[in-house]
Design a binder for this molecule. Sequence first.
Ligand SMILES: Nc1ncnc2c1ncn2[C@@H]1O[C@H](COP(=O)(O)OP(=O)(O)OP(=O)(O)O)[C@@H](O)[C@H]1O
Length: 535
Amino acid sequence: MNTITGGITLGKMSIFSASSLFSAYASLTALVTLIQQFYNQFIPQPIRDYISQKIEEWFTKTTTSTTQFTLVIEQYDDGDYDYFNQLFNACEGYLASKLRSTSTRLKVSRPSKKDHVSFRLAQGERFFEEFEGIQLEWSFICNNNANHSSTNNKSNGIHHQSDVVNAMNKSRVGNNYYFELSFDLEHKDRVFDSYLPHIIKFYDEMEELKKDLKLFTLDCGGGKTGSWRSVKFKHPFTFDALAMEPDMKKAVVDDLDRFLGRREFYRKVGRAWKRGYLLYGPPGTGKSSLIAAMANHIKFDIYDLQLSSVINDLVLRRLLLSTSNKSILVIEDIDCSWGLADRQMHHPVAEVKDIRYGNGSDYDMVSQSQSQISLSGLLNFIDGLWSSCGDERIFVFTTNHKEKLDPALLRPGRMDMHINMSYLTMPGFRILALNYLNISGEHHLFREIEQLIEDTKVSPAQVAEELIRSDDPDIALSSLVKMLREHQLEQTQKMKMINFPNLSNGKMNGNHNGNGLGNYTNGVVHDYSDEFSSD
Ligand SMILES: Nc1ncnc2c1ncn2[C@@H]1O[C@H](COP(=O)(O)OP(=O)(O)OP(=O)(O)O)[C@@H](O)[C@H]1O
């Protein structure tokens, strides 16, 4: 039988009595107190802080690593200032677009040489977002390099002490910026596969909208070899400013937008992703302005090609191949370019002098040579095999004389859209009145102006010239009415002279400037009235 004497005996095992338990506890407590006193007295404060920080980190890691994941997106890869991290930029741009409406504290700045204000998270601020059901937490941190090591180590061990030391060795004086993006561990793959690409795409599109456009022209110094030179393209013209029949304007804008969004379509049907526009109409009706509006609308660079400066098909091909994607290739006045109707252009190239070759070179001589561009060379590029070398290409040809073009150029599929830039109509005039004089409704002179515009053939350029003369609508419109009346009179007299030549003394006082009365070219009168009625 088991007995209880000062302790408990269970079977053969004896358990301590209460008094022995107490004494063990007392000696343990004394030991702990002793260690604690020793720790506090003999271990310096910084080392004690370091140890407690490590213990805290270890606990944080073990409790959160199973549920939370954190990405660290540094401004410079591993603190190396030679390697700027593009993803950092993308995140900054992405967050900036979201922050304005949600954050309570933001950093605002205006980058040098930019005309926009940029926003970023202030140090220590947090931003929460939900993406396809994933809860995400962003924070922005700025560390000086000395602090950086400890913060890196906090980030789930993604950065290591050795990296930081390395970075610090290489580093210049300055701050280290980075984002931390935290989310549930189970969403790790989706963040990598969907969220980060979503940010990058968003940022790329945003940058595309902000980018400075370029206008490329041929460097005439390279007459034989030719090369492109670019300047910033700052033409402010937009579709809003364009005086054009509203339906036609909408059709052009829709066509451009549709073109941009059809990458997959073009791939599927096996066609080069390009589009051609033929702009035709009298001088001053806005063909160049429309090109500027197109470039600004779709953010494409412009390559302005003077065929007369290109010596032969080989050079033409090289020049065209060196144009970049997302660009508009413009060839103005393609009709007078050049006996293209004969399918071969022979044109004197003015004074070819290539300064790059110095004395004694063939190129050093000022020469008169024949440009030998053939229409087939041009067409080959537009829709031959070469046309597939590049994406998102737009070709624009302009002409004042559509009827003079070689039918090969007008063949369906070559120039996808023929746009008739006609003389001014009343809807177009209202656009000019709004833009130049801020008249959005009616004016007592509108009725007379409408009648005069119908009776005469006047270009938007001529009317714009009158409207820009004064800020006062009454003065500007009165001056326009006067001009239109004179214009009408001149036009009537001119028609009389054409129909009854004996009435005149043989001399005509034609306006040579595309005023709709007809132009003299080599003594021949071109009356645009029939040529540009409508398509
Ligand atoms: N349709 C228009 N809408 C608004 N402004 C226009 C329009 N057409 C011409 N203008 C004004 O007239 C100026 C000259 O027009 P633009 O050079 O675009 O005409 P164009 O048709 O290209 O002439 P050209 O055939 O002689 O090259 C423009 O800068 C613009 O201010």
